[in-house]
Ligand binder design. Structure first.
Ligand SMILES: [Zn+2]
Length: 397
């Protein structure tokens, strides 16, 4: 696909993906489906099963997966977009297209905080949130769904401001703590207003980062009560282990692990969540673009890190980047389920990986090779230019 083209959002005709070697559902309670065929129509999944049992007649597009694995398109729960497929953070173009080549089909903004001269007054921040929501809704870089328009709360916001933004289509709250609101009680009040009007929220957990955050410790995180504990493994500086445990045990909110964070703290959080029987709360982000660059393979690298060093089955680790996020963020993608968006990534074990199949290769710490991405039932990219080459590649018949 060419870079940055405003790919059509029009529903596709009937799509059949057949000869799938393994279907990963994204649902942590049942991560592997007994199926080799997935059918979509109008951009939605209509059937999942064995070829002999599903209606594959009249397809506009048939894809032979050639034994590769199909999973829900990956979701990056934490990005900082600015405008189109450009970021000023490292002066890069096409970082979103590059992430598509890492299997990411949906991104959620944690605030458009890298916008040069970003307004911090109430009128300005509301206008910027509505602008970002509109712009990324109308222009999807390479077809990727970028959920943007995530205001960062500042002093002076009142309940009516949240009502007004929500009515205008703003459905996210950027990282609490990146603005001048850094105390528990004020954050809690504004997060509650946002929730009342249907907005999903996140918070900057840990030590300060360049865009203006302060230290946000366990007390502020628990008091603010955002839907997601944003980068609980630090962005980049993590809280002490004792505080991470307090947060895990002190709430039932989403626990977000990011690539641009402390990897040891990510593995610690994973262990605590597993002890608690709460792996359904783990979700993944990159927190890119950032000081350490943009990470087109960041979500795949987190899946591989957590599976290999965190000793989680690979099929479960993929749920952290798909179904868990979809459920905690109220998205219509992320699960291979009838009625969900037909957003897929097709991948296989990398050539010459020591693992015998995709799942074992990831558990051994390798990255999979991405062979194709599909969004709303439309093929958006073919063999990845970023992952190691896949052993088997899907083909349009
Ligand atoms: Zn942050």
């Amino acid at each position: 696909m060419s870079h940055g083209e405003p790919q059509g959002n029009a529903p596709s005709g009937k799509l059949v993906v057949r000869n799938i070697g393994l279907v990963l559902s994204g649902a942590i309670e049942n991560p592997i489906l007994d199926a080799d065929t997935v059918v979509a129509e109008g951009g939605r999944i209509t059937a999942i099963g064995r070829a002999k049992d599903v209606d594959t007649e009249g397809a506009a597009t048939v894809i032979d997966a050639n034994g590769a694995t199909l999973a829900p398109g990956l979701i990056d729960s934490h990005v900082h977009p600015v405008a189109g497929d450009w970021t000023p953070r490292q002066s890069q173009l096409n970082w979103i297209d590059s992430s598509l080549h890492g299997g990411v089909t949906t991104m959620i903004s944690a605030g458009e905080v890298h916008t040069p001269g970003r307004p911090k007054d109430v009128t300005g921040l509301k206008a910027m949130a509505i602008f970002a929501q509109r712009a990324f809704d109308a222009f999807r870089p390479s077809g990727v769904k970028v959920h943007a328009g995530a205001p960062v709360i500042e002093p002076g916001l009142v309940e009516d401001d949240f009502k007004e933004m929500a009515a205008a289509g703003v459905r996210w709250l950027g990282e609490v703590g990146l603005g001048a609101i850094k105390d528990g009680p004020s954050a809690r009040q504004m997060v509650a207003w946002a929730r009342k009007y249907g907005m999903n929220s996140t918070i900057h957990t840990g030590g300060p980062s360049i865009p203006g955050s302060g230290l946000i410790d366990k007390d502020i995180v628990l008091e603010a009560d955002t839907d997601i504990v944003g980068h609980i493994n630090g962005g980049h500086t993590a809280l002490p282990d004792g505080q991470i445990r307090c947060i895990c045990e002190g709430c039932k909110r989403g626990l977000e692990l990011v690539h641009n964070g402390n990897e040891r703290a990510a593995l610690y959080t994973l262990r605590v969540a597993r002890e608690m029987g709460d792996l359904n709360r783990i979700i993944l982000g990159t927190d890119g673009p950032a000081g350490s660059g943009v990470q087109p393979l960041g979500i795949l690298r987190m899946v591989s890190l957590l599976s290999s060093l965190g000793e989680v089955p690979a099929e479960v680790a993929f749920c952290f980047a798909t179904g868990n996020t979809a459920r905690l963020r109220a998205l219509d993608c992320g699960l291979i389920e009838v009625g969900r968006a037909a957003d897929f990534v097709l991948m296989d074990k990398a050539q010459h990986s020591a693992g015998k199949d995709l799942l074992e290769s990831v558990q051994l710490g390798d990255l999979p090779g991405v062979g194709m991405t599909i969004i709303d039932g439309l093929v958006r990219s073919h063999r990845s230019r970023n992952t190691p080459p896949a052993t088997r590649l899907p083909q349009i018949v």
